[in-house]
Write a protein of this length. Sequence first.
Length: 210
Amino acid sequence: MASVSLATAEVLDGRQSRTARSKLAICEACLDLIQEGVLQPSADEVAKRAGLSRRSIFNHFADLSELYDAVVDVGMERCAPLLVEISDREPVARRVERLVEMHTEFLEATAMFTRSLTVQALVGSTVDQAVRLSTNAIEHQRAEVERLFDRELEGLAPETRGEIIDAMAASLAPLLWETMRWIRGHSVDQARAILRRTLIAILRDAGVEV
């Protein structure tokens, strides 16, 4: 097989770079629209915001499901800096405080994304992706809670320990934050205080001193 010339390789690299930039622009445009309150951006809206043609969206993505997966990946990259690792060696009260502060920032920053996911899960054409992302988020929260409070909960019966971990993970769920902020109308500070009280109450119910 003939080798690819340097000139041909440069052309291919250039095309791949343009494709990657266009895909990123499409995903960023979709995320920006969601952040502004457009929970189900249309292809026309995304194309206009990205400065591309409507056709180009479906040149780069086979269907809406593929686009949605890419948007989720870019969205998670945006939010990654907000999710910092908390040491499980700190005092229990400090771990709770740091967990509350971190999730308050994260949940507030991703509120519109949560609403978009809810809409997609109910009526969207990408329901499978929406459900999968929500499931992954819950599993991540559960694993984090289990890691942080493993020592304090290790003496409990397995069923009880599982219930405590599930209860704490559920308290950190995006939809619960949405309920406090937008349905109950609590301020960020009020919602944060409720989250803190909830986590402390669950731990105390398990016999943990906080």
